[in-house]
Design a protein around this ligand. Structure first.
Ligand code: CUA
Length: 157
């Protein structure tokens, strides 16, 4: 098969760019030890009930300006079912799943996390306005997926 000179040049250019890009991606992924978003905090999904902080799901005050909320997603709801946090304080959400992949999405906020069995995902958020916020599951998780929701109440401290 005869290859035209320009074809050879462009083929070499394409192959070399591919090698270059794959090398850059490889160095970034492995050399810099990149991990999936949310860190690589892991948990045994069968022992969620007995592993802190998920053995006592809910709100814990860490200090005057910081609160932590441990949440377990499961078919088809969230533990705890009631969440109350103050406005204007940093709220650190820690989310995992006891069964399949769900999500923890607070509508009209930037909190949109996957709840993955075996992983702990963390997101910090400060609610500026008090009120009730809807929490939805955005990952299809089974026959009751569309019913998987709860509410978070943000109060004026
Ligand atoms: Cu849980 Cu969809």
């Amino acid at each position: 098969m005869h290859l035209h000179r320009y074809e050879k040049i462009w083929l070499s250019f394409g192959i070399l760019s591919l090698i270059l890009f794959l090398t850059i991606i490889g160095i970034n992924a492995f050399g810099h030890n990149h991990t999936p978003a949310g860190g690589m905090m892991t948990i045994d999904p069968k022992k969620v009930d007995v592993t802190p902080p998920f053995d006592h799901p809910g709100v814990v005050k860490l200090d005057d300006d910081t609160y932590q909320v441990a949440i377990v997603g499961m078919a088809f709801g969230y533990k705890p079912s009631q969440i109350r946090v103050p406005a204007g304080k940093e709220i650190i959400f820690k989310v995992t799943s006891a069964d399949v992949t769900h999500s923890f999405t607070i509508i009209h906020t930037k909190v949109n996390m996957m709840a993955v069995p075996g992983q702990i995902n963390t997101k910090s958020y400060t609610f500026q306005k008090p009120g009730k916020y809807l929490i939805l599951c955005n990952e299809y998780c089974g026959s009751g997926h569309q019913f998987m929701q709860t509410e978070i109440e943000v109060y004026q401290p």
